[in-house]
Design a binder for this molecule. Structure first.
Ligand code: GLN
Ligand code: ZN
Length: 784
């Protein structure tokens, strides 16, 4: 986006002559590391494969950092972050900084190098990786620290200081960013073997000395600001946890003198109690708040803000790809200035830009109209600076009016609004959608038709995706092979998968999903209201990125999406063939969602489109239809108080998709992650006929909920083996697990299936694993 940047720079210097203005103040919380074309991903993977050297990797990383810093500086950014780059993850970087390496990695002290660092991240030939988990409610995953009472912390990675100096050598004074000490501990878990009652938070006084050393070095290197990310402040914390903040920052106070200290929060507003704690911290100079998702923050600030301190106002959305509404942000900023005082408001992003795409300039295929509605990270930096300039009295009228024109075009575009869809979705509100007959009566009706054995076997949908398969899909997309050739190839693939399942004697078959590369993109490409980027990648974990579709308009289904392949597959077998769809909540949660209407409205629209598909499948003679909701749980809000509302519309959306089918049509759903005991009542409320769930890593956890008396009347298939591992589960082991489940669940509702889809596995693993699975089901059937 260099042309835009230099243009505004020219305008700025011109305006500087004409207006006597205050200094502008802008800040960026953090920036994507992957690079505009995923340069870091490729450099990392080539390094891990042994195809390039340490120096090659370091060079790519240094170039990326320098171009990001220069870009932010050129845009006029006053507070430019450093140490937001990471070779894998910022929480793992903190673990390295603190020398908190679990003993199994055989670290012998000294500065932590790539060897130990990447072993912790990814495991190595002899030891597994550390656990990874979701970063708040984003799709980013961090490496969870494993801490015990005897751990010895030491300053073992100087990365924060090195990056500060590196930027300084380029002539750029940055704000070094650290994961705050309290959030670091709150996001850690007790190491294996450590008593459950051990509180990792009790380690606070042991990690602070390392933080002090880092701070001292940063000061010595010339830093005048420091940013501590303390996003856990937006969660529901108890008094003891809040006390840890007061304690930690009081303890750091003497080290921090002479430095301006910014505490950055994001992803929601800070609850009232936490706000009190936070704004009472003496060693702190500035507070960063998410003003996009933090809808109550403005009221909190109105209620009181410590005088003389800075407010870093996160008005530019770091979680989405939409152009900012500059006029509206500017009025918010003016209002804030009215409360906290002139020159005390710094314009910022709502959170790190890590969670958005990198640069719109690389989207050459996206049409101009849609492009004008968007802002990726590079464009958001420009927006932040345009707002800061405007706040300081040097409003770039041209930039503001072109932004207003883009917003107006988005608002009035016929591509965004579809009256019929709006009406249909509005009509859903307030009403309840449930199938007329209860689930046990439906299961009886379905059994009459399907005539399945007890403990029926099935799989979750996908079969191995071979290199050939990927190549053919790619060639078809690029028009290198004809539709006829493509259909022939996919038909052959489906035929193979059907024959294999018949040989294995599986009861309810799948077509294997060979025509899909991704369970959301496949549907998005066929629905109206969706757009796709070429480079809109967002880091998910390590070198892995996802490219979420953009939902920009009302969603509708111009024509059937899966009926052709599903009926073809059904025609190849007498066994029931499952139709395979992705549910509305999962499509929503794995996309960039429009911000001009509530998320639930968009979800209802998708639900109606999927409903049309479900009904067309039924008409085509498909009697079992699976609607995957792999991502339903991950959409759960960060705050307990908001959960009920989300679960209510999410579950309602799911029910809408299949409310119109006959009793004899069996609706399945599938969910990844066994961690759903806390939402079991919502899962029951989905009212599916059969649910298959990932479970293999802990039978106990899942089954405990039923043991505790939760009644589950629908069919349920807790995965009997882990598909994430190449290991072949022996028949006895599977039989054993089925028996354990039968101790808790009625035999007439239990299904036998793997944990999840088989697309990442090899046939050499899938064939014996499924053979054993079917054998185990038969052994138990004979005993019943
Ligand atoms: N039907 C999909 C498959 O089998 C489900 C994948 C998922 O839940 N993540 O691949
Ligand atoms: Zn799954």
């Amino acid at each position: 986006c260099f042309s835009t940047i230099s243009l505004s720079a020219n305008r700025r210097s011109f305006l500087a002559f004409t207006v006597r203005a205050r200094a502008m103040a802008s800040h960026i919380v953090g920036y994507p590391r992957m690079g505009p074309k995923r340069e870091l991903k490729f450099a990392l993977e080539s390094f891990w494969d042994g195809k390039s050297s340490t120096e090659d990797l370091q060079k790519v990383a240094a170039d990326l950092r320098s171009s990001i810093w220069k870009q932010m500086a050129a845009a006029g950014t006053k507070y430019i972050p450093s140490n937001t780059f990471s070779y894998y993850d910022q929480v793992l970087d903190t673990t390295a900084m603190l020398g908190a390496v679990p003993p199994r990695y055989n670290w012998n002290g000294g500065e932590i190098g790539f060897d130990v660092y990447f072993s912790m991240a990814r495991g190595n030939a002899s030891v597994p990786a550390m656990e990874m988990t979701k970063w708040f409610d984003t799709n980013y995953h961090f490496i969870v620290a494993e801490l015990g009472p005897d751990i010895k912390f030491s300053y073992a990675s100087h990365k924060a200081v090195d990056e500060y100096k590196e930027a300084k050598a380029l002539g750029i004074d940055t704000v070094p960013v650290l994961v705050g000490p309290v959030s670091y501990l709150l996001l850690s878990k007790p190491a294996k073997g450590v008593e459950k009652s051990f509180s990792v938070l009790s380690l606070i006084d042991k990690i602070l000395p390392v933080y002090k050393e880092v701070v001292a070095e940063l000061k010595a290197a010339g830093a005048t600001w420091i940013q501590f990310d303390e996003p856990t402040l937006v969660k529901d914390l108890d008094a003891h946890q809040l006390q840890a903040f007061t304690h930690a920052y009081a303890e750091l106070e003497s080290s921090l003198t002479g430095l301006n200290v910014l505490i950055e929060t994001y992803f929601a507003d800070v609850p009232a109690e936490a706000y009190k704690t936070l704004t009472s911290l003496k060693s702190v100079t500035a507070y960063g708040f998410d003003l996009v998702r933090g809808t109550k923050t403005l009221d909190l600030i109105k209620g009181g803000f410590p005088s003389g301190k800075y407010l870093f106002a996160g008005v530019v959305d770091g979680r989405n790809i939409w152009a900012n509404n500059l006029a509206s942000s500017l009025s918010t900023l003016h209002a804030l200035e009215g409360i906290v005082g002139k020159d005390k408001v710094v314009v910022s992003t709502s959170c790190s830009l890590l969670h958005t795409a990198v640069d719109l300039v690389n989207e050459i295929k996206l049409d101009q109209e849609i492009k004008s509605w968007l802002a990726f990270a590079a464009q958001k930096v420009v927006e932040v600076n345009a707002l800061a300039k405007a706040l300081s009295g040097q409003k770039d009228e041209v930039f503001f009016s072109s932004n207003a024109a883009a917003l107006a075009s988005r608002k009035s575009s016929p591509r965004v609004t579809n009256e019929a869809v709006q009406k249909a979705a509005a009509a859903l509100k307030g009403s309840d959608h449930r199938r007329a007959t209860n689930v046990s009566a439906r299961l009886d009706a379905q059994q009459k038709k399907l005539n399945l054995p007890i403990l029926p076997t099935t799989t979750i949908g996908s079969f191995p995706q071979t290199a050939d398969l990927r190549r053919v899909r790619r060639e078809f997309k690029a028009n290198k092979i004809s539709e006829e050739e493509y259909v022939k190839f996919i038909t052959q693939e489906i035929d193979n998968v059907v024959k294999l399942q018949e040989e294995l004697d599986i009861d309810v078959l799948v077509h294997g999903e060979p025509e899909r590369n991704d369970m959301v993109e496949y549907f998005g490409e066929q629905l109206s209201g969706f757009a796709f980027t070429a480079n809109g990648w967002v880091q998910s974990y390590g070198s892995r990125c996802v490219k979420p579709p953009i939902i920009y308009g009302d969603v509708s289904r111009p024509k059937p999406m899966t009926v052709f392949w599903s009926s073809l597959a059904q025609s190849l077998t007498k066994q029931p063939m499952k139709g395979m769809l992705t549910g509305p909540v999962t499509i929503l949660n794995w996309s960039f969602v429009r911000d001009d209407q509530p998320r639930h409205e968009t979800c209802y629209q998708i639900a109606l489109a999927i409903k049309d598909e479900v009904e067309d499948l039924e008409k085509a003679g498909i009697t079992v239809i699976q609607i995957d909701e792999a991502a339903l749980r991950e959409g759960l809000p960060l705050r307990k108080s908001e959960e009920a509302f989300y679960l209510n519309w999410a579950v309602h959306s799911f029910r809408i998709t299949n409310v119109g089918v006959k009793d004899t049509t069996q609706i399945h759903t599938h969910m990844c992650y066994s961690n759903f005991n806390d939402i079991i009542h919502s899962i029951i409320d989905m009212d599916a006929d059969v649910i298959t769930i990932e479970n293999s890593r802990s039978d106990e956890k899942l089954l405990s909920v039923f043991r505790e008396g939760v009644k589950y009347g629908a069919g349920i298939g807790p995965g009997v083996y882990d598909i994430h591992s190449p290991r072949i589960p022996p028949t006895e082991e599977i039989a054993d697990r089925i028996n354990k489940m039968l101790a808790v669940l009625e035999s007439n509702i239990l299904w036998v299936n793997p944990d999840c889809g088989l697309k990442t596995r090899k046939y050499a693993e899938v064939k014996p694993a499924l053979t054993n699975m079917v054998a185990a089901a038969k052994v138990i059937r004979n005993q019943l």
